[in-house]
Design a protein around this ligand. Structure first.
Ligand code: SF4
Length: 300
């Protein structure tokens, strides 16, 4: 029997989580002169990019504000991990949640998941679910967690916030069809990301509709995220008391609701802020301003 302290041949020795005081965002130059950014969280998670730019067009996101330039190659994903290690970071886990839509670079992402899993480093990913046919197959890949960026309880809000994402109703239908075939363990590894934006998707009707849709997926974890500040962006998250109110409202209706951990809440927390040079500016959402919506009043 293998000594539990010995690594399996060909795997990486388990890295003890490296405690750092804050998140660290760094650029990784690519051979063709482009660059991407990655973030090492103080929690020991390394967030990697899968594309240079992004085609999804989320209006709150600086990372995709310049559109898509190209997919990253497999060696360029590994290069981001190597760059983190060169900075003496020792990630305990990886997440493909940086710049880009992982499902738009499927072969590279699938190979990266498999290779890193073999090497003993768990990998999760964040996706809009576009294209849906690929999402169906990715649900069954050996990931350590798949987070669906939804940010909406209604089709209209979903279209505004992820304009080139999948069809909202078709996404729920796909989940409903896949659900019975997933093990309980697989179900617990799926989550919904909901970036709370003041006056945009924090109205009671929107949240109640989301809670209603979640009823048939009791194991799904709903992650409430807050926006990181981006210069010139009109998007902000509600203030802490309103966030607490939203959390209580949803937690009273769904069993698994989580708030962003303290690392994700910090300024280098990454959500929509990864952009080399920091020049891009998110645009105002189509057809609405944050002033057009009254502050929500929620009853748990
Ligand atoms: S939030 Fe994600 S999917 Fe949307 S534009 Fe930014 S990087 Fe792309």
């Amino acid at each position: 029997m293998r000594n539990a302290k010995q690594p399996v041949a060909g795997t990486e020795p388990a890295a003890p989580r490296q405690a750092v005081a804050d998140n660290s965002k760094f650029a990784v130059p690519l051979a063709d002169g482009l660059a991407v950014e990655a973030v090492y969280y103080g929690s020991g998670t390394l967030c990697l990019s899968t594309q240079v730019g992004c085609a999804m067009g989320c209006p709150f996101c600086a990372s995709g504000a310049g559109g898509l330039q190209r997919n990253l190659r497999l060696d360029e994903l590994h290069a981001q991990l190597a760059a983190a290690r060169e900075r003496a970071f020792r990630p305990a886990r990886l997440t493909l949640s940086g710049i880009g839509e992982p499902l738009a670079n499927p072969e590279v992402v699938a190979r990266f998941l498999l290779e890193r899993r073999k090497a003993g480093l768990p990998v999760s990913l964040t996706t809009t679910g576009q294209p849906l046919a690929r999402l169906a197959s990715f649900l069954n890949l050996p990931h350590n967690g798949l987070m669906l960026s939804l940010h909406a309880g209604s089709p209209a809000t979903h279209r505004r916030l992820i304009p080139r994402g999948p069809d909202f109703e078709a996404l729920w239908r796909l989940l409903a069809a896949a659900w019975p075939r997933l093990s309980r363990r697989q179900r617990r590894r799926l989550g919904i990301n909901y970036l709370l934006l003041a006056g945009v998707n924090d109205r009671p009707a929107e949240l109640a509709e989301l809670a209603r849709r979640l009823q048939r997926f009791p194991e799904l974890t709903l992650h409430l995220l807050t926006a990181n500040r981006v210069a010139g962006s009109p998007f902000t998250s509600p203030p802490p008391p309103a966030l607490d109110e939203v959390f209580r409202f949803l937690a009273a209706r769904h069993r698994h609701v989580r708030r962003a951990n303290r690392w994700r809440q910090r300024q280098e927390g990454g959500c929509g802020t990864l952009v080399v040079g920091g020049a891009a500016r998110p645009s105002a959402p189509t057809g609405l301003t944050t002033e057009q919506y009254p502050a929500p009043r929620l009853r748990p």
